[in-house]
Design a protein around this ligand. Sequence first.
Ligand code: AMP
Ligand code: MG
Length: 520
Amino acid sequence: MLHFDNRLVRELPGDADTRNQPRQVLGALWSPVMPTPVVAPRLIAWSRDLAHEMEIEERDLTSPAWIAALAGNALLPGMTAYATCYGGHQFGSWARQLGDGRAIFLGEAINSAGQRFEMQLKGAGPTPYSRRADGRAVLRSSIREFLCSEAMHHLGVPTTRALSLVSTGETVVRDMFYDGHPVAEPGAVVCRVAPSFIRFGHFELPASRTDRPLLSQVVNFTIARDFPHLAALPMTPDERLARWFGEVCERTARLIVHWMRVGFVHGVMNTDNMSILGLTIDYGPYGWVDDFDPAWTPNTTDADGRRYCFGRQPAIARWNLEQLAGALSFIAADPDELAQALARYDEVLTAEFSQAFAAKFGFAAWRPDDAALVEDAFTLLHEGEVDMTWFFRRLAWTDLQAPDLAILKDAFYSEKSFDEHAADFAAWLSRWVGRVLTDNEPVGVRVARMNAVNPRYVLRNYLAQQAIDRAERGDPEMIGELLEVLRHPYDEQAGREAFAAKRPEWARHKAGCSMLSCSS
Ligand code: AMP
Ligand code: MG
């Protein structure tokens, strides 16, 4: 039986107003709000792995009482329902109060090992933070969030998790591309789970309102609950603040290197979508890089500015950390210490990049002069329109005694491009072979190192879309198939090669496969 320890509502000030109406919430971090029931909930997918970690028995999770809870139709004993108050910088501008407009918490579950699992339902109806929107989520975006959360976890990328996906039997009206064509689409609710859903915006909002007491409370709470190793150290509050912020910087740097390593583009790196624990959070118009292109973004809302494109993610994360530092400086005795802590981001980013990219390219350890070889590879991948995921798996296969460009051919999106760039790739490949030979290692060691960081299977945009198309026609089976394949993303899985296929031509410019909007 799951035990609940709802520390956030116990320790942080709540909203005295209990009406479920859009409003500004001052002096409180959360508002009590019940999910709005749905007519015909159906559990269409769940994560066995996460249920296991949470110690929820499968027969319980699939019982009517749990399904009702996962749909937002009832609470289980110990659960408590609320939405939290945060702000954020959206596309570089301060957006003031945002908050959980379509996420409702169910409380904090604790397993027998003492691990904490904050649970929240995304799409469970309006909250005081919904502004003019409906608090609901469509099935397609819920499938995308459900699958990608679990896929990222198995890739070793820090992320929020997804316990369940429930279709509601109700429709939700969305204008997918904001072009005046609203459509009634099937709705769904995802139960998301994380040790903490605290975001940068939880600190920015009280700072923007010059509410020092609330800001201090949220900081102290977050350190005590989510960074207990820091809470225990003998330090002045100011030292602890800087130390904690430095750790947030480190975690964020690690996260970004993972994204760059696997080819993930978040799509909406607003500060309200930045987790204090450095988790991937808020899966919206995210996407996976197919043909390598640093300027690529899946988010049509960002197509002009490309603020959140693949290659800018490291710089944007830093900008977001600067906003957090700005908010925290409001309660810091010496804001310079926060500025210094920010340097941890740059240091860890560089160190982690070197390590991750040495492994991707199969080097025993990073050497400073490897940078040119790596940069030249990415220039070629871009120019040659080469699939990022395929390239690294194929590179690992290269026979160092007899390197053959033909092995890389399947990673190209067109034969014409392969022919045009073959000479450049051959020249690069011989440099790479020369470099790898200097490590003087057994082949198996290098190949294992590469295959442990270069996934064979990622949730390609078109694969998610195929699962969505089928689920919208009433057949959710592909969701389960993908979930299963993506549990072992680094393994060759006999019989499942189709799930590793490069983006097919039909998906190149198809909505959902290469373009998504924030309303996803
Ligand atoms: P996002 O772009 O998903 O990070 O959302 C930005 C803000 O808009 C957050 O405060 C969300 O809670 C809110 N929001 C997004 N979609 C909805 C919706 N359908 N109903 C209510 N609030 C929403
Ligand atoms: Mg968000």
